[in-house]
Write a protein that binds this ligand. Structure first.
Ligand code: GLP
Length: 256
């Protein structure tokens, strides 16, 4: 477990689109650098609304600037449980619609936790997920959004620094935020499978993005608070290379 406290770099943009472009360019540079060295680029990808602009920009770069995803391996952070991959609100569907269907990533290079297994199989698929990440040499660049309660992936408050990929009970803040999509709280999943805090901290580079006023309070809290499992994103202070990319609204409450 990493214990040292490092500085979280903060990059602030007037407009979200500028932040999207900055992040997409960072990803494209990594992919191209790895291509030049004949290596795979291992990305840790996220879902939610915050990453949508980055995925749109990557698709544009693929179509207009010849950015190839042939050498990209991707590991998604999380998936609801139980859920079928084909469910319209599964993260499998999200990733296909928002990114994978539009670029030339190889199907066998896509990894998303499987939310459609028997509960008794969850532990072994989680272990396999961790082993597969290791087999590819670890994650080069991890993208993160942040929940209003400070969750990263689905590491809800109470998640520990040494947590690994596992099943988690979703927090009420998270379920309420997801309820409108699922057509009501009673239809919203109660559980998910998520990469752990330690899985995330192992990434060689981490970018967390947050846009608009809705994220201002939690961003300021993460940056100013002690490291605590009550705010899982605060564990990012233990990561070696982490940058928060914010628009001016999300950065509004950050003390400089
Ligand atoms: C979900 C995802 C998280 C994401 C969060 C924030 O809970 N599991 O990985 O960071 O939503 O979502 P949004 O970007 O829509 O605010």
């Amino acid at each position: 477990m990493k214990k040292e406290i490092n500085e979280i770099k903060v990059k602030k943009f007037d407009l979200q689109q500028e932040g999207d472009l900055f992040i997409a360019t960072t990803i494209a540079d990594l992919i191209r650098k790895k291509q030049a060295a004949n290596e795979l680029a291992v990305l840790g990808l996220a879902t939610g609304s915050s990453v949508l602009g980055v995925y749109r920009e990557l698709i544009r770069m693929h179509k207009e600037e010849d950015l190839s995803f042939h050498n990209v391996v991707s590991f998604n952070l999380d998936e609801y449980f139980p859920i079928q991959a084909t469910h319209p609100l599964s993260y499998h569907t999200y990733m296909n619609e928002k990114l994978f269907d539009h670029v030339n990533i190889q199907k066998q290079h896509i990894f998303i936790p499987n939310g459609n297994v028997e509960e008794t199989a969850v532990e072994s698929i989680c272990e396999e997920y961790e082993n597969t990440i290791k087999k590819f040499g670890g994650i080069d660049l991890q993208l993160l959004g942040i929940g209003r309660n400070g969750h990263i992936g689905f590491n809800e408050p109470g998640s520990e620094a040494d947590s690994r990929t596992r099943m988690i009970t979703l927090d009420s803040v998270t379920r309420n935020d997801a309820a409108s999509g699922f057509g009501g709280l009673d239809k919203t999943p109660t559980h998910a499978i998520t990469a752990g805090v330690a899985t995330i901290l192992d990434a060689k580079k981490i970018i967390l993005m947050a846009w608009s006023t809705g994220k201002a309070a939690i961003i300021a809290q993460v940056l100013s608070s002690e490291v605590s499992s009550e705010i899982p994103a605060s564990f990012l202070k233990h990561a070696e290379d982490v940058t928060f990319v914010l628009d001016k609204e999300a950065a509004a409450e950050v003390r400089s």
